[in-house]
Design a protein around this ligand. Sequence first.
Ligand SMILES: Nc1ncnc2c1ncn2[C@@H]1O[C@H](COP(=O)(O)OP(=O)(O)O)[C@@H](O)[C@H]1O
Ligand SMILES: [Mg+2]
Length: 357
Amino acid sequence: MARTPGQADRRDPDWEGVRLHVVSGKGGTGKTTLAAALALALAAEGGRVLLIEVEGRQGIAELFGIAALPYEERRIASVSRRQLGLPAGEGGPGEVFALAIDTEQALLEYLEMFYKLGRAGKALQKVGFVDFATTVAPGVRDVLLTGKACEATRRKDPDGRRRYDAVVMDAPPTGRLTRFLNVNAEVAGLARIGPIHTQAQAVMRVLRSPETAVHLVTLLEEMPVQETVDGIAELREAKLPVGGVMVNMVRPPVLDAAAVAAVHGDHREEVALALGEAGLGGRSRKPETVRAAVEPLIDPLLEQAREHAERVELERAQRADLQQLRLPTYELPLLGEGVDLGGLYRLAGELKRQGAA
Ligand SMILES: Nc1ncnc2c1ncn2[C@@H]1O[C@H](COP(=O)(O)OP(=O)(O)O)[C@@H](O)[C@H]1O
Ligand SMILES: [Mg+2]
């Protein structure tokens, strides 16, 4: 659960032991933004984190204000706890690397890998080319993308040390997620033996292991919350490891609970009085003059209060639905000026304070 500031440092992060973080959610809820923020949060204690983009939109480059990423792992940031607004700790700074996967190049790499493994031709013959083309081809792109993420997760340096302490994947939206993550199970079923089978099984082993966590990003609105609830059910059914829920773009409540409850009463007189006291009636001390001046303000103000109360009530219902999932949940604020680099670090700090990293 989201924790209050200060608590996070006294407890282990929620995803200790997880090395592959998959971030999904309804389109436009902030997947790319929060995948990047999570990568920064994970790197703040030191170590290396790889952030992978699979949709080919160069969203990471845009977010970090750098030139389009080539199909190559590039160091894009160094990050310390202090930069995330946290008290200095023992570890860090760490580094974030990024990779924007280019499907065509990944395909070449994949084929090359099988040529090196040898007998690829034979394996393809066994699979049956027609089956391969009709069943696997539409998902070849997904095979490549998930394969690449798992390869980076498992990769070791010559000294035996893991190349990356964690990998964060900015994944396709919820609607395509399970199929995307499960594509290798289909492939493994189709190619029953040979290198393709072995590779597909290895990928599924990583994806289904406790080393992987699939996090979903949502907003406190009906559609994305429903999509999150459905998405979690689907992941569970597919035996994929469910991670946490990241509630993005949360607006601070303007009115407290008492004020929200009060909007249904008749408060025209109180509002008129308060507006007068606040000087909105002009300089006159005559009650009639003040009243006449503030009169046109009363109804629009009450209307705004009612709208706000309605939103607070809707959000409360959405929060309750999310709580039913009983998953670690993080709330990230709506940044008024949009997400610049400073905002991105702020979100990362928030994720870390709440225990996501
Ligand atoms: N917490 C936030 N506050 C304000 N704007 C946000 C926040 N999170 C994301 N955004 C903005 O919302 C838009 C969509 O975010 P993005 O991460 O690209 O979503 P997705 O990858 O899910 O399509 C972007 O313009 C991004 O800057
Ligand atoms: Mg995106």
